[in-house]
Design a protein around this ligand. Structure first.
Ligand SMILES: Nc1nc2c(ncn2[C@@H]2O[C@H](COP(=O)(O)OP(=O)(O)O)[C@@H](O)[C@H]2O)c(=O)[nH]1
Ligand SMILES: Nc1ncnc2c1ncn2[C@@H]1O[C@H](COP(=O)(O)OP(=O)(O)O)[C@@H](O)[C@H]1O
Length: 200
């Protein structure tokens, strides 16, 4: 597969930044939890969000949960690498931890939605964009409703956004279909860590 940069096979291998996007309910959290088990040396960005925590979500682990005022302050101070509004809440990537990890040569992963992925693409063209896709639209609907964490109006809103996100697939360098969590995580880990230099 081409690295999409036109700069030769080494260019993507040198990029240590991977952006993972995919519609709500496709299995991003599940695949990333598995990836953490498989790939301990990967830096996972922890986003800030104004969304309320779901049961089981831990502040500082799944997200930094902030109020709208704190979020605005971080934007104004230039502390976010990218940020976007999604289904009525704000989300953003703290800049400093990602820059520190990249400076140390550590593979780093951002799990963010489409508008944020586009901002990263514009700011850092060498970043690798990966879409996590469902095996089918019906699977996506089943997973999102089956999770049971959003009420029906929120589910409908997220599914409407999901159609647009899936339509943006051609903007991504790679697509990983999440039919099975373990194999999707293994494939993603290959992309995040990159192939060994001598096989390119
Ligand atoms: N742009 C941007 N999107 C984010 C960030 N963190 C999370 N998201 C995205 O926001 C969307 C909603 O996330 P969330 O409320 O956790 O719902 P979930 O994806 O259904 O689990 C998802 O598409 C996430 O990938 C971020 O820092 N920036
Ligand atoms: N490969 C899979 N097969 C079946 N169900 C899955 C798979 N991956 C995730 N799920 C389930 O789908 C629901 C949504 O997954 P989640 O990881 O919360 O998605 P996201 O973070 O993308 O919103 C959860 O109930 C999860 O257990």
């Amino acid at each position: 597969m081409s690295d999409g940069t036109g700069a030769g096979p080494g260019a993507r291998a040198r990029s240590r930044l991977t952006v993972l996007s995919g519609p709500s309910g496709v299995g991003k959290s599940s695949v990333l939890a598995e990836l953490r088990r498989q790939g301990p040396d990967v830096h996972f960005s922890v986003s800030v969000t104004t969304r309320k925590p779901r049961p089981g979500e831990v502040d500082g682990v799944h997200y930094h949960f902030v109020d709208a005022g704190e979020f605005r302050k971080m934007v104004a101070n230039g502390e976010l690498l990218e940020h976007a509004e999604f289904a009525g809440n704000c989300y953003g990537t703290p800049r400093e931890p990602v820059e520190r990890a990249l400076a140390a040569g550590r593979p780093s992963l951002l799990e963010i939605e489409l508008q944020g992925a586009r901002q990263v693409r514009a700011a850092m063209p060498e970043a690798q964009l990966v879409m996590l896709a469902p095996p089918s639209w019906d699977d996506l609907v089943r997973r999102l409703t089956g999770r049971g964490t959003e009420d029906p109006a929120v589910v409908a809103r997220r599914l409407a956004i999901a159609r647009e996100e899936l339509a943006a697939e051609p903007e991504f360098d790679e697509v990983v279909v999440n039919a099975d969590v373990r194999s999707a995580a293994a494939r993603l880990l290959d992309l995040v860590v990159g192939p060994a230099p001598d096989v390119r």
